[in-house]
Design a binder for this molecule. Structure first.
Ligand code: ADP
Length: 253
């Protein structure tokens, strides 16, 4: 007689993860979809005043943007999972990438402010120019996810400081420090899980999908780097993207 035993823990875990993921995506899409269908029905059946019509259309547009953001992040994640590792031949200048990221952050900060002007202090520092070896598209998405989170979760009179620096061991670090609410220690290990949020309503209200940090961690790992998070409740947060020295080329002055 032959007794065959097989450890299927990993398989069962993968299957459970897949089920959770599908359930999460469906849930995330269902909410804005329900709101949208409700408004469509209202517009079809009621004879609304023009100002109410405009208000409803604005709300519909917010929900449509939310679904668009979710689909974009899902596509980014599936591309990251399905594509080969970034080539060592693609290179780009960090100052150019940061110029675009800074403009995006300022736009987001103004859009979020009640006064319609820049009230947060946004600082961008780079001690010198570097050329980076890797996917510009992926690094841009990782960097802007961290900056945009800091802008979204920091109060209107708060400060966000973004710094590129070389570590003593030659690695390159991008850090984003904010004066936001901070994160309790029990949440820190789970932040990069897909759809994990500390404060659901706050994330959704500010256009969050719950996928940003999962994308950022993926990008860091695909470039041989890592994502580090330090935070204390009530004392702000620092998110750090650390890249290996092999990804950095010192640019000529
Ligand atoms: P989201 O789209 O919800 O922001 P992320 O994956 O980018 O999703 O972040 C996951 C969660 O981590 C957020 O919902 C939020 O609770 C928390 N978080 C991320 N960045 C910050 C920050 N700078 N300050 C406080 N909390 C943050």
């Amino acid at each position: 007689q032959l007794l065959l035993s097989r450890d299927v823990t990993a398989l069962a875990q993968a299957e459970a993860m897949r089920r959770d993921f599908v359930a999460n995506v469906s849930h995330e899409i269902r909410t804005p979809l329900t709101v949208l269908s409700g408004f469509i029905e209202t517009l079809q059946t009621l004879d609304l005043k023009p100002e109410d019509r405009v208000k409803f259309l604005d709300l519909m547009s917010t929900q449509a943007s939310r679904m668009q953001g979710l689909v974009n992040d899902l596509l980014t994640l599936s591309q990251l999972e399905g594509s080969p590792l970034p080539l060592m031949t693609e290179q780009f200048m960090l100052s150019e990438l940061m110029g675009a990221a800074e403009a995006e952050a300022k736009g987001l900060s103004v859009a979020n402010s009640v006064e319609g002007r820049l009230t947060q202090t946004l600082r961008f520092e780079m001690s010198q120019e570097w050329r980076l070896i890797g996917s510009r598209h992926e690094i841009y998405s990782a960097v802007t996810n961290l900056i945009n989170n800091a802008v979204r979760y920091t109060p209107q009179d708060g400060t966000v400081t973004c710094i590129w620096a070389q570590l003593p061991d030659q690695r390159l670090q991008f850090s984003v420090q904010d004066t936001g609410p901070g994160i309790a220690p029990e949440h820190l290990p789970r932040l990069t899980e897909r759809f994990y949020r500390v404060d659901r309503s706050r994330s959704r209200e500010s256009g969050g999908t719950g996928l940003g940090l999962a994308i950022t961690k993926h990008v860091a790992q695909r470039h041989g780097g890592a994502l580090r998070i330090e935070s204390q409740l009530g004392a702000g947060s620092t998110f750090m993207l650390v890249l290996p020295a092999s990804r950095r080329v010192q640019a000529l002055p």
